[in-house]
Ligand binder design. Sequence first.
Ligand SMILES: Cc1ncc(COP(=O)(O)O)c(C=O)c1O
Length: 425
Amino acid sequence: MSKDFQISRGYALQLDSQDKLASYRDQFIIDDPNLIYLDGNSLGRLPKVAIERAKQIVENEWGKDLIRGWNKGWWEAPSRVGDKIGQLIGAAAGQVLVNDTVSINLFKLATSALTLQPDKKRIITDTFNFPSDLYILQGIKQNLGNQHEIISIGSKDNDITPNLAELESSINENTALVTLSHVVFKSGYLYDMQRITELVHRKGALVLWDLSHSVGSVPVKLDECNADLAIGCTYKYLNGGPGAPAFLYVNKKIQDKLSSPIWGWWGQKNPFDFDLKYEPAAGAQRFLVGTQPMISLLTMEAALEPTLQAGMDSLRKKSILMTDYASFLTQSLLALFDFSLGSPVDSAQRGSHISIRHREGYRINRALIEEMNVIPDFREPDNIRLGFAPLYTSFADVWEGFDRIKRVMEEKRYEKYPKQKLMVT
Ligand SMILES: Cc1ncc(COP(=O)(O)O)c(C=O)c1O
């Protein structure tokens, strides 16, 4: 195949014609076919099935069932929907619960892991982790009397790959918890969950994985890896909608040893006894706190359907083809414009988004959004992040996105935007 053909739109169309998941795009609202949406890693598109379901929930369940809804499937929704997400992350039933936000779930699980091991004072994370995760850890340290040390592993190569040797040597017998994002939010680096979990266990510590960027894009095998704890969100690749509740995973083996730092009535053994003394519910249920946002949670349940139908192996296959293709287009279509790839070259070490880096990244990103009808996002200091959601992103979208970036560069369209950043980037 000639290079000219490989960088042409014709090749993207050929890839689309061979794509077994292509028909899933019809299950989503594509309001503007000319919009190139490359931000499904931040907020997934709206699945059509979720619209019907949301209407039913509001009109019938809230409107007609009223309080009776709690006995018609609302009360069990956190564990029922948790089990469905469990199918996507390799967790057998009874270990995943939908509730609260990722940040709050991290607070609950990390605090509980630390209080379980009061003599161990080391927490390990990395500088690649989502800042909210790091803030939560800093807050926990303060809450627990400033007795812990937080070690943040750095990069070995300009913020693309974490320094695994440093990670390995930092885990010692004093380590209580290692917590990392499975796929990191900027470069898209994908940790080897099996290997890191083994390293952590060898020193007797617990591991907590943030799956926000991997659930729905990368096969995850929590039980098989013997992971201890995990958290993740549902509004990215799971298409649950803005602010849809998050999930947490607690391995069956440690559920009954852990105590939640927030004792609420949803985590009580018999909440409808209204007993005045708290007793934890059995299993992971004790990590629930209070009433969950049912409209959002049940809508998200419906939104999971396309992902469950497609299956993680097919999604991953297409995702790799797309990130490989995007890396190739960065090096070919954009070769003249001084971009560099801010993501691992090896697809086995990459999730479903890539970063392309440019010193004018912020203004280029702005030009793409404001005048080219392309939506990526920008992450400091110079990363334009491009997310590829295998359920609805087509290869033609990928090509068109890159062609529009090329036009922004050729016509220097970014130069008219101020360097001053908007609030949400
Ligand atoms: C990897 C990661 N962790 C945590 C969060 C925070 O999630 P939440 O706002 O639900 O607390 C995000 C949000 O985008 C994220 O990407």
